[in-house]
Design a protein. Structure first.
Length: 227
């Protein structure tokens, strides 16, 4: 048996207009999410010989990380870049994500008089990847692997069945692809996980991070793997 069969595909609930903007665990959103880079490359400024201060740049070129990575000799004023900072070369894609940790507000007055920002309008999301090409239907992963995910074999992964208005194809929630997102960049979808699925996911995250159980996730996982 698979997790989607266990719950009879009762994964999702449709949200009302007001619920869409509550930002709670288990809600689906769309946002631009980046691919973690494997090769460290930077956008380095192309210095303008007509600009004597060397602190303004309008052109950049890609360079591989060298000995001076994050140790540049001169800061940029525009665009702002300190000597211990770099513009990374990364790719991003507009994709569905699941809200894991909503923004936790901290009153700015607590840090009045100091430069640091205590509240950054950040939340934590997990990226979602399609298991097939939504245009052609071509499988992107082997049936054997997908079945193992549906049996909850991998604690960093969760199977998400397709749903009209949400996913065109069966999808994969990756807890090893968590990202911090600027909260206003989240575009709410009309769906969230049902309470039962959200409970499983909470316990799955607990097990993934601590290895502790038993809980609802580990008990269901043992049941499915036994079958």
């Amino acid at each position: 048996m698979f997790i989607d069969e266990w719950f009879d595909r009762n994964y999702y609930k449709r949200l009302s207009l007001s619920e869409k903007f509550t930002l709670s665990f288990g809600q689906f959103f769309w946002t631009h999410a980046y691919y973690p880079h494997e090769n460290l490359e930077f956008w380095r400024p192309v210095l303008d010989p007509m600009e004597p201060t060397k602190t303004f740049a309008s052109k950049f070129q890609i360079q591989s990380a060298g000995q001076d990575a994050f140790r540049r000799s001169i800061p940029l004023q525009a665009p702002k870049l300190e000597t211990n900072e770099e513009f990374l070369v990364v790719r991003a894609k507009y994709r569905p994500v699941l809200l894991i940790q909503p923004e936790i507000l901290i009153p700015a007055i607590l840090n009045r008089g100091f430069r640091g920002r205590v509240s950054r309008s950040r939340c934590t999301v997990a990226q979602i990847f399609g298991l097939a090409d939504p245009q052609t239907g071509r499988a992107e992963f082997s049936p054997n692997f997908v079945d193992r995910v549906r049996q909850m074999e991998y604690p960093q992964l969760m199977f998400l069945p397709k749903e009209s208005g949400l996913f065109q194809v069966d999808s994969l929630l990756r807890l090893d692809e968590l990202q911090s997102v600027f909260t206003p960049h989240l575009e709410p979808a009309e769906f969230a996980m049902t309470d039962d699925i959200a409970t499983i996911l909470r316990d799955q995250i607990q097990f993934l991070l601590t290895g502790k159980g038993p809980n609802e996730y580990t008990l269901l996982r043992e049941e499915l793997l036994r079958d």
